[in-house]
Design a protein. Structure first.
Length: 371
């Protein structure tokens, strides 16, 4: 990539800190982001055994406010947001009329008539335009792309609560999973959310961009004794895959429906109409032709995104695959013909021209103790 291309990349408020820490930087979804600091394996294991600090300020934030804000959220997202209390969040999706993905997202209920939707970095403008275009007729609701108002830090791992608790008077143990609180962390105004993308316990901190560098440094200093490490996108990907978590644009996109992605649990079947509901209902009634499954490779070889899979006389494709640092085995996610999606089913993956045996297993390859 030439210098002019690098200069066109967006930068988080922590870009200079990443470079000062010696991070290897890469272009990601239009951003200049750290892929690793001390090495992907080291960072992965730090999160699994101690704690990791992530800069995820490239994520997007879209706010909806007004007396019809709930109606707008209900129309564009699959899950039933009416079930949310103030202070609660839910994983959901923006879908097309075909039940396929515009994006996956997290919906936060900030107040009775105020919602925060957190979308993926590469889909910010796309998701914002989609929401605006499909809520014009809803009524009294303002839709604002407020991404520039937030920096986002994530502290993840077994020691995350211990580390962050030293920096806030909010009783973190009282925040339940997928709930959040408003408070200060090291004197920085924050939304403190007990959410994450690693399979570990932890917190995501939505803060003013001007305070990001100070809080980043404070968390690293405070967590040093507990073994906290800065973590890049490389380990973020291996951690989420090891925990069986989808990646937007790779494991699901506008060619895959929510049911095919094995995410039927985020569909509010009993709520009023939402975009794509009729298609998903027909697909649910008629049955699937393919579905996303977890797998392990049972011979030497690592399956990667895009590799072809062969099962039950049909074909499928790998969407994510890696050799996991903790489990030390090759696992991944793949779309397979529906008849080959039962756990224990054996199939083959074309790994560099060689058909390699694999087996369907539970998609949650790793589950932290106590969860």
């Amino acid at each position: 990539m030439n210098q002019s291309s690098i200069e066109q990349l967006k930068k988080t408020p922590l870009n200079a800190r990443h470079r000062a820490l010696g991070a290897r930087m890469v272009p990601f979804a239009g951003w200049d982001m750290p892929v690793e600091y001390s090495g992907i394996v080291n960072e992965h294991l730090a999160v699994r055994t101690k704690a990791g600090l992530f800069d995820v300020s490239h994520m997007g934030q879209i706010e909806l406010a007004g007396k019809d804000a709930l109606a707008a959220v209900q129309k564009v997202s699959t899950r039933d947001a009416a079930k949310l209390s103030v202070g609660q969040a839910q994983y959901s999706a923006l879908t097309t009329s075909e039940g396929t993905f515009i994006d996956d997202l997290v919906v936060y209920r900030l107040a009775a008539e105020h919602y925060l939707l957190v979308v993926n970095a590469g889909n910010i403008e796309k998701a914002y335009r989609w929401i605006v275009d499909h809520t014009r007729d809803v009524g009294d609701v303002a839709v604002v792309n407020s991404s520039s108002r937030y920096a986002l830090l994530a502290v993840q791992g077994p020691a995350a609560l211990e580390i962050v608790q030293q920096l806030t008077t909010i009783e973190l143990s009282s925040i339940k999973y997928y709930w959040f609180a408003h408070g200060e962390v090291a004197g920085v105004r924050s939304i403190i959310s007990r959410t994450g993308y690693t399979g570990e316990d932890g917190f995501e901190l939505y803060i003013p961009p001007a305070s990001a560098e100070r809080l980043w440094n404070t968390i690293l200093e405070t967590g040093a004794a507990a073994g906290i490490a800065p973590v890049g996108l490389g380990a973020r990907d291996t951690l989420r895959l090891e925990a069986g978590i989808h990646l937007s644009g790779q494991d699901m996109d506008e060619t895959t429906t929510v049911l095919e992605a094995d995410l039927g649990w985020i569909v509010g079947w009993k709520k009023d109409d939402f975009i794509g509901k009729a298609t998903l209902e027909r697909q649910k009634a008629g049955g699937l032709e393919r579905k996303l499954v977890g797998f392990e490779v049972t011979a030497p070889g690592i399956a990667r995104h895009g590799y072809k899979a062969y099962a039950g006389g049909g074909e499928g494709a790998v969407t994510s695959g890696t050799q996991t640092p903790l489990l030390k085995k090759a696992v991944g996610l793949a779309y397979l013909p529906i008849g080959a999606t039962v756990i224990g089913t054996e199939f083959e993956i074309d790994i560099r021209g060689r058909r390699t045996p694999a087996r369907v297993i539970s998609r949650q390859f790793y589950k932290r103790s106590g969860s």
